[in-house]
Design a protein around this ligand. Sequence first.
Ligand SMILES: [Zn+2]
Ligand SMILES: [Zn+2]
Length: 164
Amino acid sequence: MLIDISKILMKKGETLLFDAEEIITEAENYPDVHRFLQPVRVSGTVTNVKGSFEVCAKCGTKLVMSCSCCLEPVEVEVEFDLDEIYSNTGNEEEAETFAGEEIDLTSALERNLLLNLPMKVICEEDCKGLCPKCGSNLNRGECGCDTTEIDPRFESLRSLFKLD
Ligand SMILES: [Zn+2]
Ligand SMILES: [Zn+2]
């Protein structure tokens, strides 16, 4: 994603507005993402701050991930901020470098997107998950497996309290 900053390149204190979209086709770079349903929208400003370029943008996209319980695909909206400083002097340690009249936001965008993916996605609040025995999706109905076995750790408690 290239942003043309030629208009503010030599103008300290000036701000440029931009809107851009990045189409991400390689979903395999993002853990648990099946595919992107939309390009990543990026809109914000670039400001020439004493010859460095400060990018502040809101980003968002829609993608498909697996439910953490039942593994079915779930549509997820992801929103995140992008705040980066770019410099073409090579003197600023904290800044990304660029040359010419364009700033390339791609790597910062990918890094921030990765950081902002949800750790856990649930298809529905009461997702029943998968049967621990046969692996079938319990949201689609009971599989008939006997899952009432008592955990051996509870057996000793039962005798302790003489529950039987
Ligand atoms: Zn689920
Ligand atoms: Zn089962």
